[in-house]
Design a protein. Structure first.
Length: 132
């Protein structure tokens, strides 16, 4: 039976209507694919606390999590991911890549130019359909 992983991802938008995208490093599972940054939900953690903690740890900046934007389950070859994407506001600091290979800010219309991890695609599509 495949391992199930509950993961939160942050959809962080800047004041230029650009969204933060993160490139998974070659050492990470699902390497060299783009994702919304985030990580695993720890035991007893709510979604907002989990994503705020993960972004602080991974990107060395502070966010304030908002509502759930997209919730989907994707089955990879070796595990199943329950990915919950939350909208978030950047409160303090500038996102800095420590675990990821690269970070970029992109307009919604340009999101499809990246090679996204399959679990992130439903949120990408929803963002592209969203009217700002």
């Amino acid at each position: 039976m495949k391992k199930k992983v509950k993961v939160v991802a942050a959809i962080i938008e800047n004041n230029k209507d650009e969204i933060l995208c993160a490139l998974r490093s070659p050492e990470m599972p699902i390497p060299n694919m783009w994702e919304f940054p985030g990580g695993k939900v720890e035991e007893g953690e709510d979604l907002q606390t989990a994503i705020e903690r993960e972004i602080q740890e991974e990107l060395s900046c502070v966010i304030k999590a908002q509502e759930v934007f997209n919730d989907n389950i994707h089955e990879y070859d070796s595990f199943i991911i329950h990915l919950i994407a939350l909208k978030a506001n950047l409160i303090d600091g500038e996102p800095t890549a420590s675990e990821h290979s690269e970070l970029v800010w992109l307009k919604r219309d340009n999101l499809k130019t990246l090679n996204w991890a399959p679990a992130d695609i439903p949120a990408v599509e929803q963002l592209m359909e969203e009217k700002v």
